[in-house]
Design a protein around this ligand. Structure first.
Ligand code: HEC
Length: 153
């Protein structure tokens, strides 16, 4: 559950700062690979959902559920990816901004806003509800990116 994870990260971040310890993942590259893979799954899911929104694909609640579940599964290790020693990769580039680490509460709040809308869209069962919720869900991606992500070079 992302919301729970986000809260754990905030707590873990504070603990990391207090103890000056490093996070329990092999390397910063692994963390970056993990979170970028999760985000690619987000992009894929939102693309699929908007193709139903626009009528390029027929609305199908089972397909909505399946892609949302797949997206969530790709992010299962979320809490391992944002430790203070994963701000810069050994070899990989990251587009996460320093604000992720300087403002962990704001980052956690953006994650929670996202997760609330994830639950809302997952709870929809018909096309009207789906279409009413998708833009709000997608706005929460933007809400986090605007403050915590640099555009890709
Ligand atoms: C809580 C913050 C947050 C939320 C919510 C969020 N993102 Fe992201 N996203 C990021 C950060 C930070 C990065 C940069 C990660 C990096 O480069 O290390 C990123 C990167 C990405 C990327 C680029 C991945 C790559 O490297 O190829 C895509 C695509 C993306 N996000 C899509 C989405 C979509 C779609 C949503 C909503 C369904 C979303 N994100 C929600 C923070 C967020």
């Amino acid at each position: 559950m992302l919301a729970r994870r986000v809260l754990e990260i905030a707590a873990a971040g504070a603990l990391t700062l207090a103890l000056g310890t490093s996070l329990a993942i092999a390397s910063a590259d692994d963390a970056i690979r993990g979170r970028q893979g999760c985000m690619k799954a987000h992009g894929k899911t939102v693309g699929e959902l908007f193709s139903m929104f626009k009528g390029e694909k027929a609305y199908d609640n089972a397909a909505v559920q399946a892609t949302l579940t797949e997206m969530d599964a790709a992010c299962a290790d979320w809490d391992k990816w944002w430790g203070s020693d994963a701000q810069k990769g050994e070899t990989l580039k990251t587009w996460a901004k320093p604000e992720v680490w300087s403002d962990p509460d704001g980052f956690a709040a953006a994650g929670k806003a996202f997760y609330d809308k994830y639950l809302a869209i997952k709870a929809t069962t018909d096309e009207a509800g789906f279409k009413a919720t998708l833009p709000e869900f997608a706005n929460t991606c933007k809400g986090c990116h605007e403050r915590y992500r640099r555009p890709k070079e």
